[in-house]
Design a protein around this ligand. Structure first.
Ligand SMILES: [Ca+2]
Ligand SMILES: [Ca+2]
Ligand SMILES: [Ca+2]
Length: 199
């Protein structure tokens, strides 16, 4: 078997380093099937929920299938059901569905075992996993539901922010690594950023 094709590769949009914070909306360039898989080609946040009106937050990666929105004031994302204080104007990946995945080409500056943290919402218990260079490196990691039966506004069940200091651990080697975040079960999760802290 041979291939003379130009390699289509997943490439970092911006440098992101481990240890540190990986912004979920800064996933790789390369498009559907290469940098990510999303269940529909529409960005359900940028340009759809969030209208084109000159605000760059409303148009972030507007032509890509991964669905992106940002935290908003006026009791939307800074609502009384948050489990942690929430800053406003922070981009996140939403409209997550099982089978979807997103690549992050990152620079690991030190080999070792890292604790994974997450700033997220989850309308129901969910599961995610992370591959490193094509191999599962975490197994299924549980994401605790932030659903609250006391919430009077149905759509706001997707906006109860929580921070988990440890959803799992991962071994990483120094150098450039491709992390692939998989939505394993439930979906209905929003991801602002992951943290990787050396153990
Ligand atoms: Ca989509
Ligand atoms: Ca999606
Ligand atoms: Ca973010």
């Amino acid at each position: 078997m041979s291939c003379s094709c130009l390699a289509q590769t997943s490439k970092a949009l911006k440098p992101q380093q481990i240890p540190g914070k990986i912004e979920c909306e800064l996933y790789d360039q390369g498009g559907e099937g290469i940098a990510y898989h999303d269940t529909d080609a529409v960005n359900n946040g940028s340009g759809k929920l969030n209208p084109v009106n000159g605000n760059p937050l409303n148009e972030f990666r507007i032509n890509e299938g991964v669905d992106i929105s940002y935290s908003k004031a006026d009791d939307i994302d800074n609502n009384p059901f948050n489990k942690v204080p929430r800053s406003i104007g922070d981009l996140y990946v939403g409209w997550t569905v099982p089978t979807e995945w997103i690549n992050y080409t990152v620079e690991v500056t030190k080999s070792g075992t890292y604790t994974i943290g997450l700033l997220y919402t989850a309308n129901g218990d969910g599961e995610i996993s992370i591959d490193v260079n094509g191999k599962d490196a975490t197994g299924k990691m549980k994401i605790a539901s932030t659903h609250d039966d006391k919430e009077p506004i149905d759509w706001r069940q997707w906006h109860h922010w929580n921070s988990s200091a440890s959803i799992g651990t991962i071994k990483l080697k120094k150098g450039k690594q491709v992390l692939r975040l998989h939505i394993v079960s439930n979906g209905n999760m929003n991801f602002d950023y992951l943290t990787f802290t050396a153990q």
